[in-house]
Design a binder for this molecule. Sequence first.
Ligand code: SF4
Length: 294
Amino acid sequence: MDYVGHVIRPPSEAYSMIIQVTVGCSHNMCTFCGAYKDLKPKYWVKDWETVKKDIDEASSYKYGFTKAFLADGDVLILPTEDILRIMNYIKQKNPAIETINVYGNAKAILRKTPEELTALKAAGLTVIYQGIESGNKEVLRRIRKGAFPDVMRECAAKVIDSGIKLSQTVLLGIGGKEMSHEHARDTGKLLGEMSPDFASALTVMILPNTPLYKEYQEGKFVLPDKFGLLQELQIIVKNMNVRRKCYFTSNHASNYLPIKANLPEQQSAVLKMIDQVISNKDESILKPEHMRAL
Ligand code: SF4
């Protein structure tokens, strides 16, 4: 397979056929993200022959794939006809694959017309994964996310209207100690307004190859402590008044406290549980530092 660099995929795509279609991320500006910072050039799109060869090779494995994931960072930014060609070829070579998923940032979603999203859905695009990180405008500006809450709301509505499932991630700690409360409150509110099908809270990890690391070293960015991060989780869930069912998780390897909850049904139970952990200051049930990972 023509894999270049670290091919990153969501945890739920662990058993998917991974076809790397682009290398890197067309935005590549987020201050906390080290995924593609060392790439040279920063971003490129693979030609059809290379992608086709990889699909042929992956299709020859006797693995029995039922899902595929198109990597890297934001394949949705490609012209719709190019994505359709790749999806159709994957399905032609692998009739058992019905589900094909991608990452999509706000810019990519905004560029698609409702008709294009409907065509992608009809071709098998099932989930768009989108990192929104925060619902607070100032935090989004500081981390150079490239999109603000108004745009994110618009994107979410577009994806949900098309019938494609929306899976969004937010980052505990990304507002630093200074913006901790505002970050958590506005993130919970925005998630509630958008009401994605799936939402996950990850915890920011400060990576040496990022601008955030520099801020951290200079003392300009201070990460909340473990219980401060749990308070953020609590505030997010408290403010996350979803309009439709949402499966919320915080069981990523970077987190201290794993949670899986169907919202809105389990909102009160989750809040009670987090409250108990914070009140007891019981570190023994938190994930040990050495077991946390990206
Ligand atoms: S949009 Fe995603 S992949 Fe691209 S730089 Fe930001 S966090 Fe990294």
